[in-house]
Design a protein around this ligand. Structure first.
Ligand code: ADP
Ligand code: NA
Length: 328
């Protein structure tokens, strides 16, 4: 039996990723590639839902892929693809759109939230979950790591696969959500009740993976904590301190309970100092690898072309089944 296949992706919507992306996604991707047949994408077609300067988009796509590699995604072990280099994504998205109810698509809460927040809605933003379903189904993915915000989209993906299979048995693999145990949800350093996010965090609240280490240490030292003095993991009552403990724990591999013991009797300054050390120690080799990757653009493009070609072979096989089924 083949190893189970996993699919995950990010949009190239910024020049650099942040500590939340790193600890909540990339670190897991690197671990998962050991045990799974992993497909990782830079989904640039999704990024078109927001108008972006073409040169900026192209550069962000390359930089996003380079950051996967810098974090340890191994293009020999995993299949690393750029979505727009695999045109099967858009063809399958159209086909799935013709199997999606208008009411069903209208119930997607992320679209409703974005529109409510004033993002101008093009039809692409509306049908985005259908393209995401195509991304997943195109690779026969068994498992998809998803955060809370993407859960509804994965449900739609499963519904579409089951509906299609109901008409044409055996066309799609129906993917399951993959819950990464102890996956870190990193909070904003200044507003530790909200998650660290490029769209909502202020500069001081977000650790940019490409920030100068001194800046990173400074941000951690100015993190919001609370008026107590006790270093205890309690996300409800002590969100700031708990976030720092969680960051330390994932990066150092030390269980939170052990860290509580280690910091017993010490002050918040000690905690912040150690967290800064642990974060900088992780970020420095990442930045070194990132600089190496960006210094050889031809090699980076070669890796992306090769990974995308490998992905395309799989995609073409699955799309072939779909086309046969439908009479195309
Ligand atoms: P952002 O919220 O900054 O826009 P994205 O939504 O593009 O980030 O998320 C890309 C990936 O990073 C997803 O897998 C998401 O679950 C993960 N991620 C984003 N922010 C965090 C966070 N604060 N903590 C943990 N994981 C995160
Ligand atoms: Na987001």
């Amino acid at each position: 039996a083949r190893p189970q296949r996993i699919f995950s992706a990010m949009q190239p919507t910024s020049d650099s990723l942040h500590l939340g992306n790193y600890l909540g996604a990339l670190v897991n991707w690197v671990a998962l590639q050991e045990r799974y047949d992993a497909f990782y994408g830079v989904v640039d077609l999704h990024a078109l839902t927001v108008a972006t300067d073409p040169a900026v988009l192209r550069e962000r796509t390359r930089r996003t892929a380079a950051q996967y590699l810098a974090a340890g995604v191994d293009p020999q072990r995993s299949t690393l693809m750029v979505q727009s280099l695999v045109p099967e994504h858009t063809e399958l998205a159209w086909i799935l759109a013709c199997h999606t109810g208008f009411g069903e698509a209208s119930r997607m809460t992320q679209f409703k939230d974005k529109v409510a927040k004033g993002q101008s809605a093009n039809v692409g933003l509306f049908t985005y979950p259908i393209l995401m379903a195509a991304d997943i189904l195109l690779y026969d993915a068994d498992l998809v790591p998803v955060g809370e915000d993407q859960r509804q989209h994965l449900e739609l993906t499963r519904d579409l696969a089951e509906r299609f299979n109901g008409r044409f048995a055996g066309t799609f693999v129906v993917p399951d959500a993959f819950i990464v145990k102890e996956s870190a949800r990193i909070m904003d350093l200044q507003e530790p009740t909200s998650k660290m996010s490029k769209s909502t965090s202020a500069d001081l609240g977000l650790i940019d993976l490409l920030d100068d280490p001194k800046r990173t240490a400074k941000k951690i030292k100015s993190a919001v904590t609370d008026a107590e003095r006790e270093i205890r993991f309690d996300p409800e009552a002590k969100p700031g301190v708990s976030n720092l403990l969680a960051i330390h724990s994932v990066l150092s591999g030390t269980p939170v309970a052990e860290l509580e013991g280690h910091f017993a009797g010490k002050g918040y300054g000690d905690l912040k100092g150690e967290v800064a050390q642990v974060v900088v120690a992780a970020i420095e080799p990442f930045q070194t690898r990132m600089a190496e990757l960006m210094s050889d653009p031809a090699e980076l493009d070669r890796i992306l072309a090769e990974g995308s070609a490998k992905a395309r072979e799989v995609a073409a096989g699955v799309l072939g089944r779909v086309r046969d089924a439908l009479g195309l």
